[in-house]
Design a protein around this ligand. Sequence first.
Ligand SMILES: [Zn+2]
Length: 318
Amino acid sequence: MKVQAGTAPKACIVASGLHAKHDLGGHPENKRRINSIWDALRVGELLSQVKVLEAQPLRSDELTLVHDPLYVRWLQELAQTAPQMIGGDTYIAKDTYEAAAWSAGCAVGGLEAIMDGEVRRAFALCRPPGHHAFRDRAMGFCFFNNVAIAARVAQVRFSLAKVAIIDWDVHHGNGTQAIFYDDPSVLFVSLHQHPAYPGTGLAHETGAGAGQGFTLNIPLPSGSTDSDYLANMLEIVLPKLDAFRPELILVSAGQDALAEDPLAGMELTPQVYAVMTRELMRVADCHAEGRMLMCLEGGYHLAQQAQAVRAIIEALAE
Ligand SMILES: [Zn+2]
């Protein structure tokens, strides 16, 4: 892929060095996840073909578009008595609140770059991840639901009516699903391993009330491959998106369905993530004036995750 001289980059990466303040040696969700991605991105000329933006601080009222103000304050205060564990798997460090707020700031920064017309597509290097975070609860290494906050900011600040979220993290995006379960303005689609953590995301979970039919779960057995994912994308996900006609595509981009990932049992290759990205880019071009924002979620095999993210960003830059 080559960007012609004089052509503005079509994509940006948004990041914040503050993620490193949320870290616990020996825990799979650690700062080396982002550092290894940067190592992979620095090879060759890729970084000259995209914009690289520093995240901006999140507006104080934008966290509470999704999260309960009492929960936000609880997390802020909990960080003062760190380190500690919540729920057995999620650690809180001294600066976790700050890192989590800036992680959401990466997502919103990517959205702003798209909505301001600076780029068509963005990849937000969000860490800590977000898709297991509920309105009022941290869970599964997640504190603030980055992709959900981006969806709400798109609707409230940028007046987009319909937003689609595609979650291909190997774990079901239970927090995101819960936040939008009764909301027909946000289509939530999740492909995930089942049975697996967190245990939700069965096919019969399709939304409630006015949101009935706007949640689509595709549970897949352990051992699923590139061709299984592509078949589901082409036969189920893309037609659903075409029918919904989103004005913005958000992706909860967790690359833990990779074959080497230590926390799951899928068999994907890094390259298939680029193929799925291009399919979604086509939908974004068709319905959303190209607008597509991807937010990093899980992915715990450092080298393979980094390869997959690089492949995704190469596709976004085309
Ligand atoms: Zn995951």
